[in-house]
Design a protein around this ligand. Structure first.
Ligand SMILES: *Cc1c(COP(=O)(O)O)cnc(C)c1O
Length: 381
């Protein structure tokens, strides 16, 4: 991934001046910092950043500049990167399954907060992690809908098991806490309502007062047409339900957004390689590149088409099947995209709200995926 030091005005200027044949992710630091300040001002607790959603060092540096002081990390690589870029920041090692070598690495790096969702993994932590000032957050799950992608399919204890683990962590001398993830791109705030109330029942069941409750990531970004999600409404619901569910025993709250922080800070410029017999659109990027998560989470329909001169196409839309560049037939966007009928080969298809799970999951499969990241003052198109 190349990094251009030029700062552009906006995506259409990049198209007009450079007409890039490779995929270009356009990063607006001002948008990222504004979103970070919005979380810090509005969320009733500590805001941490889930590094995996976009581990670009420019992203981390801008979050630190905006006041983010905690990070959700999942691997020794992420731990070392954050220690280097943000030496004083809190590290929350919230991948609940770890090799012993990974635990040893994190202990050396002075990680103080760990998640867990099973007896076997908690036993490893009890054996290897010094209890002094250390917090263990039990990750629990619920059969809750509302998100675009179910995170509970891999991680999370049932409420009953969570109560056992919380008791065991407290008895072992750790600071006992709870954590959950409602699922990514969670547009229904009632998922948080259900999770927070269940957290309170887990504490009752365990007879343990949780120090902190981490309400996860899952905060949505603006991926589909219509108004942007209102983060402040979700923050207000979390605050109110935490009071109702816990009363005087309310734990300190933490959140760990990835997508919600970084999603709207990037716009993705792809190019139309071919319009095959006036039907199928072939892009220079697809599901093995920056568009990897669209089949999992759903299409982004905040798209615009620009001519090579940087002029937006405004023709009536036609539903098109859109393919990526590789020879694999799964390299296709889900369903069809409504695109201007006057689009042509050589035009640019611009996706908004592409900051999360895009550069992070880009591959070089079939020789494609030569993605560039550039910086712009604005993402307005
Ligand atoms: C991926 C992940 C996040 C971030 O999720 P988003 O939906 O991008 O906000 C937060 N916490 C944990 C433990 C994760 O695995």
């Amino acid at each position: 991934m190349g990094l251009s030091k030029t700062i552009w005005a906006n995506p259409s200027e990049i198209i007009r001046v450079r007409q890039p044949d490779h995929p270009v992710l356009v990063f607006a630091p001002a948008v990222l910092q504004a979103t970070a300040r919005r979380f810090i001002a509005g969320f009733p607790g500590l805001v941490t950043y889930a590094v995996k959603s976009n581990p670009d060092e420019m992203v981390v540096e801008n979050l630190v500049a905006a006041g983010i002081r905690g990070f959700d990390v999942a691997s020794p690589f992420e731990i070392d990167m954050i220690r280097r870029l943000a030496p004083g920041a809190a590290l929350h090692y919230h991948n609940p399954v770890r090799a012993r070598s990974e635990i040893a690495h994190a202990v050396k790096a002075n990680v103080k907060t760990w998640s867990v969702d099973s007896h076997s993994e908690l036993d490893k932590l009890i054996e290897m992690v010094p209890t002094e000032g250390c917090e263990i957050s039990v990750r629990f799950k619920m059969p809750v809908n509302g998100a675009a992608y179910n995170f509970g399919a891999k991680f999370g204890a049932t409420a009953e098991l969570a109560a056992e683990l919380l008791r065991k962590a407290a008895d072992a001398g750790f600071i006992p806490s709870l954590t959950f993830h409602p699922g990514t791109q969670c547009t229904d705030p009632m998922a948080w309502d259900a999770y927070i109330r269940t957290a309170a029942t887990i504490c009752d069941e365990a007879g343990v007062k949780a120090r902190r409750l981490n309400v996860g990531g899952g905060f949505p970004n603006h991926r589909t047409q219509g108004p942007a999600p209102v983060l402040e409404d979700i923050f207000a619901l979390i605050d109110r339900v935490a009071d109702e569910a816990f009363g005087a025993d309310r734990p300190q709250l933490v959140c760990e957004p990835g997508r919600g922080l970084v999603g709207d800070a990037f716009t993705h410029i792809t190019r139309i390689k071919a319009l095959r017999d006036d039907t199928h659109v072939f892009l220079n990027d697809g599901v093995y590149g920056g568009l990897a998560e669209l089949p999992l989470v759903g299409n982004i329909d905040r798209v615009a088409v620009f001519s090579p001169e940087g002029v937006k196409r405004e023709g009536d839309t036609v539903d098109r099947i859109v393919f990526g560049p590789t020879c694999d037939s799964v390299d296709r966007l889900p369903g069809e995209l409504a695109l201007p009928g006057d689009l042509a080969e050589g035009d640019f298809l611009v996706f908004q709200g592409m900051g999360a799970y895009s550069s992070a999951t880009n591959t070089r499969f079939n020789g494609f995926g030569q993605m560039e990241i550039v910086t712009a003052l604005s993402l307005k198109i």
